[in-house]
Design a protein around this ligand. Structure first.
Ligand code: AMP
Length: 363
């Protein structure tokens, strides 16, 4: 259970001047469209920025206020929290915010109103919780192996922490698993301690779609805002080499995410996309009260049976939403304007202020 008491946060919010709300975030990850979107919706914006990293926010002119800190993790410091509260700030979390602030600090020590459900951030960070949320929703995930001795088909081996695919490898037998583990240790991509926490799952052969949803608490509706796919090094380069040459050069594939590109899916797959999003939102309401709130992203593989298999989830803005800062094919269909995830968050906050329901969006 979160130790930051929701009532404390609501008391802080009650003292805010609702006419003067500032939307704030940490200067990294998806902060450009969070801040830009907030400005478009008429809010003041603030960025908490590590010294020397302020240039993008100045050049793109998305931040009204700068809170410059020595290191990103200082966002949880008492003085920074006070500065944020003095600005009537609502903090929008993203992947770097979670990584730098730290889940324990967000749950126990960060007394600034945040957009979304702060408790759900742990559910995306811990593989077992994430798996429970997705499987309890009746959504297909890759089969999980409990020990390397059980490997009986192609598997993907992953290690804990946000490494952007670094150290992941594919194997199809126990022997190959051992061989590749040794190789990864030699390259210093993993350590001996990582071995026991290796996560082994079925390798899903398919095409990658990362689906960006937004659950509007105010409208009780799951929206599809965009989709991206990932550039991954070196696998993307490796597959451009003919198979016989791949055998000869003996390069090991890796899955380090280096960029994103916007994509659309076959239209006939969209009913599945909405079904998956609706199911996840329903289960989250039961498992992690008050449930999903705002943006979330499902990272998927679509197989040649046209089945969408989820291998990862983000319960906040995902990095791939940077591919549609100026809107996507899907957000255009829904809004008839260039709606980014950041702007969608700000619009939800604006509508909540108008409807006097801001408490419903904040934890
Ligand atoms: P992740 O860190 O979980 O987002 O994974 C990084 C990349 O590894 C993904 O974008 C996929 O290309 C690949 N990947 C992860 N899990 C699987 C899987 N079960 N089957 C096939 N490829 C995967």
């Amino acid at each position: 259970m979160s130790k930051v008491n929701r009532d404390d946060i609501l008391n802080i919010l009650a003292n805010y001047n609702k006419e003067e709300i500032t939307i704030a975030t940490l200067g990294s990850h998806t902060s450009l469209h969070i801040l830009k979107g907030a400005k478009k919706e008429g809010f003041k914006t603030a960025v908490v920025c590590e010294k020397g990293r302020e240039v993008p926010y100045q050049r793109f002119k998305v931040a009204d206020e700068y809170i410059i800190v020595d290191k990103f993790s200082d966002i949880v410091n008492e003085e920074v929290q006070e500065q944020l509260k003095a600005m009537n700030a609502i903090v929008v979390p993203h992947g770097s915010f979670v990584a730098y602030a730290g889940l324990d600090n967000i749950e126990n020590d960060f007394y600034v109103p945040m957009f979304g459900n702060r408790d759900i951030l742990r559910w995306e960070a811990e593989r077992d919780l994430e798996r429970k949320l997705i499987l309890d929703s009746g959504i297909r995930m890759p089969f999980k192996y409990n020990k390397p001795e059980d490997i009986d088909r192609a598997v993907m081996v992953k290690f804990p922490g946000a490494r952007g695919g670094k150290g992941y490898f594919v194997a199809s037998s126990h022997e190959e698993f051992q061989e590749k583990i040794s190789n990864m240790i030699e390259r210093e991509w993993i350590t001996e301690e990582d071995i026991s926490s290796a996560h082994i799952e079925e390798y899903v052969s398919g095409t990658n779609f990362c689906i960006h949803y937004f659950y509007s608490v105010l409208n009780d509706e799951v929206e599809l805002l965009g989709m991206d796919s990932r550039f991954e090094s070196n696998i993307d380069g490796l597959v451009r080499i003919p198979a016989k040459d791949q055998m000869e050069i003996g390069l090991d594939p890796s899955y380090v995410i280096t960029g994103n590109h916007p994509v659309v899916m076959r239209e006939s797959l969209l009913p599945q996309v909405f079904d998956i999003g609706d199911k996840l939102v329903k289960t989250a309401k039961e498992l992690v009260k008050p449930g999903m709130n705002g943006p979330f992203c499902l990272q998927t593989m679509c197989t040649d049976n046209l089945e969408i298999v989820i291998f990862e989830m983000s319960a906040r803005t995902d990095g791939g939403s940077n591919t549609f800062m100026n809107g996507s094919a899907y957000s255009y269909l829904l809004f008839d304007e260039e709606m980014s995830v950041g702007q969608r968050i700000a619009r939800e906050i604006k509508n909540a202020i108008t409807e006097d329901k801001l408490e419903d969006l904040i934890t």
